[in-house]
Design a protein around this ligand. Structure first.
Ligand SMILES: NC(=O)c1ccc[n+]([C@@H]2O[C@H](COP(=O)([O-])OP(=O)(O)OC[C@H]3O[C@@H](n4cnc5c(N)ncnc54)[C@H](O)[C@@H]3O)[C@@H](O)[C@H]2O)c1
Length: 352
């Protein structure tokens, strides 16, 4: 089996590639443009493995994407490459429309041409797995409702709107051209190798440096958190056994307010990193409320019963166990995030 993974140098893509190579021993072609969010340091555990190939390619470049398909002849595709940060999408939506929508369109067209040229056996086994987010559903205001696979789309931010657009394209390519696709929509991920601009790593690093821990608005927005390695396992279950044309919601059954997340990180640091910057009492003293994000969604919560009943996937980590592992990982892997904070992680890239 050879899997073409787009966005494999990102947070979730690198977890997926590590999982595929270590647990499944499949061949992987990692197609990644290496934007600021792509980091080959996250793949050092597997990058020398003969099962791994890297192609630095922009998913919007149709000729290069076609070349990768024809040269490597993948059996299946996992499409994760995207612009993924909501705050950046508010400041500059263009890159989100380009990569998430035009890039997905390019991937679909290249995949369709390649798939149509396959022999009947390879054609029957092919899958284009599109990895998306629960943010396409908008937000929930009650405390009981859950997003199911049939919840209508109502995205709020340029990021979620561009992901919603890409999901629609993928389903249209299934319905119109018969391209064998599967879509997964997942809740917020956290874990090792998460880029420091995102809430959990940002809070861990600011806390250990004695810097303020900014929380949007009242901090009562609720997210459903999933440990990234559980997400990687869910994606592999879908890749191997998912039914074509279907959508699977993936979630962690871990609804927490942003404030609770930050407080839990502070409490874990009291235990795991008691040596604090000078003059700091408690890590919680660093919590600072800042103006809310425009259009901020109130609550996301996933009903993941379909993937559980059909594919037998359930998350293995609780929020407490996953967050403890994550905090410990950031304390133990200062070189990984240090090279991001100084910009060194970009220096050895060919073509920059
Ligand atoms: N992080 C989450 O909580 C979460 C939750 C649900 C779904 N998702 C989805 O999962 C996917 C991966 O998310 P992530 O958090 O790992 O993102 P990330 O920002 O960490 O990584 C994105 C990767 O895509 C690459 N990329 C960006 N533009 C590209 C382009 N034009 N061509 C080729 N490569 C390009 C980047 O270099 C990077 O390696 C995204 O599609 C995202 O929407 C993320």
């Amino acid at each position: 089996m050879k899997v073409l993974v787009t966005g494999g140098a990102g947070f979730i893509g690198s977890a997926v590639i590590r999982h595929i190579i270590v647990e499944k021993q499949y061949h992987v072609v990692n197609l990644d443009k290496l934007t600021y969010a792509g980091n080959l340091d996250s793949l050092l555990d597997v990058s020398e493995d003969p099962l791994y190939i890297f192609e630095r390619v922009d998913i919007c470049n149709i000729d290069e994407v076609k070349r990768v398909f024809n040269e490597h002849k993948p059996d299946k595709v996992m499409h994760l490459a995207a612009e993924s940060h909501v705050d950046r999408s508010i400041d500059g939506p263009a890159a989100f429309i380009e990569t998430n929508m035009l890039g997905t369109y390019t991937m679909l067209e290249a995949a369709r041409e390649y798939w149509m040229g396959l022999d009947s056996l390879s054609k029957a086994g092919f899958m284009f797995h599109h990895i998306s987010t629960d943010e396409v559903y908008g937000d929930l205001h009650g405390t009981e409702d859950l997003f199911t696979e049939t919840t209508p789309y109502a995205p709020s931010s340029p990021y979620s709107a561009s992901k919603a657009g890409s999901d629609h394209l993928v389903r249209a390519w299934y319905r119109t051209y018969g391209l064998p696709v599967v879509v997964t929509n997942c809740s917020n991920n956290y874990g090792p190798y998460h880029f420091p601009e995102k809430l959990i790593p940002h809070v861990i690093l600011n806390a250990i440096h004695g810097k303020p821990l900014p929380i949007y608005g009242d901090g009562l927005q609720i997210r459903d958190w999933l440990y990234v390695e559980d997400h990687a396992k869910a994606l592999l279950a879908v890749l191997c056994e998912g039914k074509l044309g279907e959508t699977y919601n993936v979630g962690g059954h871990n609804e927490k307010t942003n404030l609770k997340v930050v407080e839990t990180i502070c409490d874990l640091l009291e235990e795991l990193s008691p040596q604090k910057p000078d003059d700091l009492g408690l890590y919680r003293d660093l919590i600072t409320f800042v103006n809310d994000r425009p259009g901020h969604d109130v609550r996301y919560a996933i009903d993941a019963s379909k993937i559980e009943s059909e594919l037998g996937w359930v998350p293995e980590e609780t929020f407490e166990s996953g967050l403890r592992k994550t905090v410990q990982w950031y304390l133990d892997n200062r070189e990984w995030w240090g090279r991001i904070l100084t910009g060194e992680y970009k220096l050895d890239r060919v073509g920059d």
